[in-house]
Design a binder for this molecule. Structure first.
Ligand code: ATP
Ligand code: MG
Length: 656
């Protein structure tokens, strides 16, 4: 813990310090990835608290993910400013809702809906609309979209017609299912994830007394990742603020990746329009990544278009040079996963901790082959991220059961004759179908069992550490841990979607599955949607401190048709992708191997595979270029080139 308030400022550069010292009035920080935005606001809060200017309980810091919130709380504690609330919009709203529900509505707050998709299925069945599994999933996400964009069922058809979306079913049908879904929730007295914000906003809007109460408690607001604030979240923020303007926001327009919630970087970019007296600070020094990673990130952004791109800030790396990013083309997905696992094993052997490595993909369904490959390679990994342990359904259900039992105290017939704490926990969990013996085999049932077993172990450790602890003490401890996201799991390689990786960083990042169709994803059709995909890749690239790997596979299954192409976003970035003429690099080992290998020098003259001319090195990047070939390749040439590439990739996939 820094000894004085001033010492809290020591780890900041002059611009970050300016942010930390601007403790009243509106503040807006516009800056690229890795420039220390999150660090600046964390130190700002800590400085304010340590200097006695901010009351810890009067500050509400809003971050984008629970993990980020947990990290911020941890950091604040280290800086001697524990007790500050750092939460997501949802968790802050949920807490407030629980607090004022009895007064605003009366009775207990409804439970949070656990199986949304099941309720949507019930609603569809009652409307006599048949949905297969995929349609059910799509309709559910349509309902979610409607809710986050504050569209009521009756307005859904018009809203979807106006948006760039394709409704997965007749919009009138979706509207009908949506209306009934809302009705079923009311009947069953449950609320869904989206309702948490909607209800909080509704109550604060209608009930001035409650809004005043919240405003008396919170005087200072800090919002991280402000470029992705949705209109509903902005509304909530406005209600929290009232007519005050002690608001500090930080964001990067180039990292807007949640447009589907209605988020736009406009709130960030137009901050001065709403707050004329705002202190606006820009940061450009990138403290996170090596010049090589930063160069790639800048290159990617230089191709971006649209409003966000107009406001991009070129990053300047503050770190020592590191290895070049590695681009790898594989014949098929399992080969990509195996190759990735092999490199990860090498990195770990070279001393990089597993917890400092991440594999990031576009959609969660891509994780499976990586899980398999990492398991085969004996590499520990965490799929859901340690922080998500308390969000697992079985763990939440167990938490509800334990809380209920703790509340019932001595009056539970179930617990009457058990006395130690772990035995009580086992007894309660047995009502959730938990047995002390692990189920045979693997899969979801086993996962569920493992989670509950971890919970029992936690209870055992707790009982050992705190003799005489009761079930209520344990429940309080669990809540505390859930809030701090301290999960009882080992640190392994993180497998996560690009969206989930926002704001985080690792020494080594593997961006996998970078093919057309995945990146950009097939359903990104309009220019704006494609731009958002590019920003998503930018987010991925900028998660890496030192090692960055980008890979793709030409076919899904071994021996399958090599029908996939590398992502268009890589064009002009990876050596050899700028024009047809640069194929030579691929021919000479541009298909990279090894962790920090960088580009391998070709042996002897390299011939263009298209026209046969000798390639020459060109430009600062020393790309191999063909002077004779056109810079844009036509489809036919591309086909040939691709066939040839997949042949190369298959060769490389052979054991040496
Ligand atoms: P993102 O846009 O990805 O959220 P960010 O702008 O929030 O990035 P941070 O996560 O705050 O960036 O900082 C990136 C890394 O750089 C962190 O490891 C942080 O500790 C480090 N860092 C930031 N500022 C400084 C500084 N002044 N001196 C040393 N290290 C710094
Ligand atoms: Mg950040």
């Amino acid at each position: 813990v820094p000894e004085t308030a001033d010492a809290v400022l020591d780890g900041l550069d002059p611009e970050q310090r300016e942010v930390a010292l601007a403790l009243s009035g509106p503040v807006c920080v516009l800056a690229g990835a890795g420039t220390g935005k999150t660090r600046a606001i964390t130190h700002r809060i800590a400085y304010g608290v340590r200097a006695g200017i901010l009351q810890p309980a009067s500050v509400l810091a809003v971050t984008f993910t629970n993990r980020a919130a947990g990290e911020m709380r941890g950091r604040l504690r280290q800086l001697g400013a524990g007790g500050v609330q750092a939460r997501t919009f949802h968790s802050a709203a949920l807490r407030q809702l629980q607090f004022f529900w009895p007064k605003a509505v009366g009775g207990d707050m409804p439970r949070l809906l656990e199986r949304k998709i099941q309720l949507v299925a019930d609603a569809a069945a009652r409307c006599r609309i048949r949905l297969d599994r995929n349609e059910l999933r799509d309709v559910t996400s349509e309902i979610e979209w409607a809710k986050v964009t504050q569209t009521v069922p009756a307005d859904y058809p018009a809203a979807v017609a106006k948006s760039v979306r394709d409704a997965p079913r007749d919009p009138a049908e979706i509207s009908q299912i949506y209306a009934l879904y809302e009705q079923l929730k009311r009947d069953r007295s449950v609320i869904d994830f989206e309702d948490v914000l909607l209800l909080t906003v509704g109550i604060l809007q209608d009930r001035h007394d409650i809004a005043e109460q919240i405003r008396r408690q919170y005087q200072h607001f800090v919002v991280d990742e402000y470029q992705d604030v949705s209109p509903l979240q902005q509304r909530l923020l406005d209600l929290w603020l009232g007519d005050r303007d002690n608001l500090c926001v930080v964001g990067d327009a180039s990292q807007t990746i949640y447009s589907f919630t209605g988020a736009t970087p406009d709130h960030l970019l137009n901050f001065r329009d709403r707050h004329a007296n705002a202190t606006v600070v820009k940061l450009v020094r990138d403290y996170r990544s090596t010049p090589q990673v930063v160069h790639l990130a800048n290159g990617l952004l230089s191709q971006a278009r649209g409003r966000a791109a107009e406001h991009r800030l070129e990053l300047i790396s503050q770190r020592d040079p590191g290895p070049e990013p590695v681009y790898t083309e594989y014949a098929d997905e399992p080969a990509e996963a195996e190759g990735t696992a092999r490199r990860i094993r090498d990195l770990i052997a070279a001393g990089v901790p597993a917890g400092e490595i991440a594999v990031l993909y576009r959609i969660n369904a891509q994780s499976e082959v990586y899980e398999q490959a990492l398991a085969d390679a004996g590499v520990p990994y965490q799929l859901r991220g340690a922080e998500r342990f308390f969000e697992r359904q079985e763990v939440r259900e167990a938490g509800i059961a334990l809380r209920g039992a703790a509340r019932a105290g001595g009056n539970d017939s179930l617990l009457d004759d058990v006395e130690d704490l772990p035995a009580q926990v086992r007894a309660v969990l047995s009502t959730k179908g938990w047995t002390t013996k692990p189920p045979s085999g693997s899969g979801a049932v086993r996962d569920r069992w493992e989670s509950l077993a971890a919970l029992v172990r936690l209870a055992e450790d707790f009982a050992r550490a705190k003799s005489g602890a009761t079930l209520s003490d344990l429940v309080a401890e669990l809540d505390e841990r859930a809030a701090a996201q301290h999960a009882p799991t080992v640190q392994g390689v993180t497998l996560a979607s690009l969206h989930a990786a926002k704001g985080l960083e690792w020494d080594a990042v593997f961006l996998v599955g970078l093919t057309e169709g995945m990146m950009p994803i097939t359903y990104a059709k309009t220019d704006e949607q494609v731009e958002e995909e590019r920003r998503l890749l930018y987010v991925g690239v900028t998660r890496a401190r030192v090692h960055l790997s980008l890979s793709w596979a030409l076919s899904r299954a071994p021996g399958g048709r090599a029908s996939r192409r590398p992502s268009r976003f890589l064009k002009g970035l990876r050596p050899g992708s700028g024009s047809l003429g640069s194929v030579g690099v691929t021919g000479s080992g541009g298909i990279e191997r090894g962790i920090a290998g960088g580009r391998r020098k070709p042996r002897g003259p390299v011939l263009c595979r298209v026209c046969g001319a000798t390639l020459t090195e060109a430009g600062a990047m020393k790309l191999m270029r063909c002077e004779d070939c056109p810079s844009d390749m036509d489809e036919g040439l591309y086909e040939r080139l691709r066939d040839w590439r997949s042949e190369q990739a298959r060769e490389l996939a052979q054991p040496a």
